[in-house]
Design a binder for this molecule. Structure first.
Ligand code: COA
Ligand code: MG
Length: 292
């Protein structure tokens, strides 16, 4: 479960096989980076990409940005070695692809425990297969047990489209029911939920629209494939100035001596309950963490 708020508005995939892109990381204003050993790396480059991980993490100074490694599936020929190499870098998290069942997460956790990898190294799970969607409640439940290390779900929309045969449309109308199910399950498990990528990295208007929709659906942020997408994601998943102003009003109202101990108050003609206070405090903590 996420203890303190970590912004995950913009989480950029960087192929571990692309030296030029890796060199750019330090200059980018994204909340997180996923160094990818899986789908972005061709089979012939897998081993060289894995060997590059240590250099990517060497002298890592900026702890503000989360650094995650996406390994190949443990069932693949590269998975076990990827997991070992990733763990040795002590990233913020290791992202497991093609998770189908809770067992897939537990197995990876057991391997990390057996290798005495610090608890600070979390597990993230891609939700990108039909089986993961059918088992999502049970997978999310692991988030309630810190020993599982599970901390975050990432939607894998390209794989879902491929495996289900739904049509990918700009408004994602056939994916939305599954995306909403992911958000619900993540909340039930106390996990963060990051949306899938948008492949059309030159269409920034369409991208901004998709981010706004994802924020409305309850996602914490979006995975990105290109630096040009960072700014729109950071904007869309940050609270709006109106929401911040409203949250401050709610906190101030409950802080007034006359309202001490009250469960419900009236504010500008609206009912405001203590649950709204909790919501407002959470939003302001988020704003503080983002530094906006
Ligand atoms: N991370 C860091 N830097 C990136 C980047 C990324 N994901 N994608 C592009 N860049 C850099 C390029 O290296 C280039 O740098 P330069 O200005 O120093 O030359 C700059 O941003 C502009 O890139 P551009 O020419 O517009 O794109 P491209 O043709 O080089 O790359 C992709 C396009 C799609 C191949 C590339 O963005 C990419 O590999 N994205 C990630 C894909 C991925 O990880 N997929 C798996 C998860 S879905
Ligand atoms: Mg995938």
């Amino acid at each position: 479960m996420t203890q303190t708020y970590r912004p995950r508005r913009s989480v950029l995939y960087v192929p571990a096989s692309n030296e030029k892109a890796l060199a750019k990381i330090a200059t980018l204003d994204c909340d997180g980076v996923i160094v990818d050993l899986e789908d972005a790396v061709a089979p012939a480059d897998k081993v060289a990409a894995r060997d590059r991980l240590a250099a990517v993490f060497a002298g890592r100074a900026d702890r503000r940005r989360e650094m995650i490694v996406r390994v190949n599936a443990l069932s693949s020929e590269w998975g076990a070695d990827d997991l070992r190499a990733a763990a040795a870098c002590e990233p913020d998290a290791i992202l497991l692809p093609k998770v189908n069942t809770p067992r897939d997460v537990l197995e990876a956790g057991d391997l990390l425990d057996d290798a005495f990898v610090p608890d600070s190294v979390k597990l993230w799970a891609m939700i990108e297969t039909p089986r993961a969607l059918l088992n999502i409640g049970a997978i999310a439940e692991l988030g309630r047990d810190p020993a599982s290390r599970l901390d975050c779900f990432v939607a894998g929309t390209n794989d879902l489209v491929k495996d289900t045969g739904v049509l990918a449309t700009p408004d994602r109308r056939y994916l939305v029911p599954w995306l909403m199910q992911m958000v619900l399950a993540a909340r039930a498990g106390g996990l963060d939920m990051i949306d899938g990528v948008s492949n059309d990295f030159r269409d920034l208007d369409g991208f901004a629209r998709q981010c706004a929709e994802a924020a409305a659906m309850g996602f914490d942020g979006k995975t990105l494939i290109h630096p040009a997408q960072i700014e729109a994601a950071n904007r869309a998943f940050a609270p709006t100035p109106e929401a911040v102003a409203e949250a401050r009003l709610v906190v101030e109202a409950f802080a007034q001596p006359g309202n001490a101990g009250k469960g419900v108050i009236a504010l500008n003609g609206r009912m405001v309950e203590r649950l709204h206070l909790a919501q407002a405090e959470k939003l302001l903590a988020k704003v503080a963490a983002i530094g906006a």
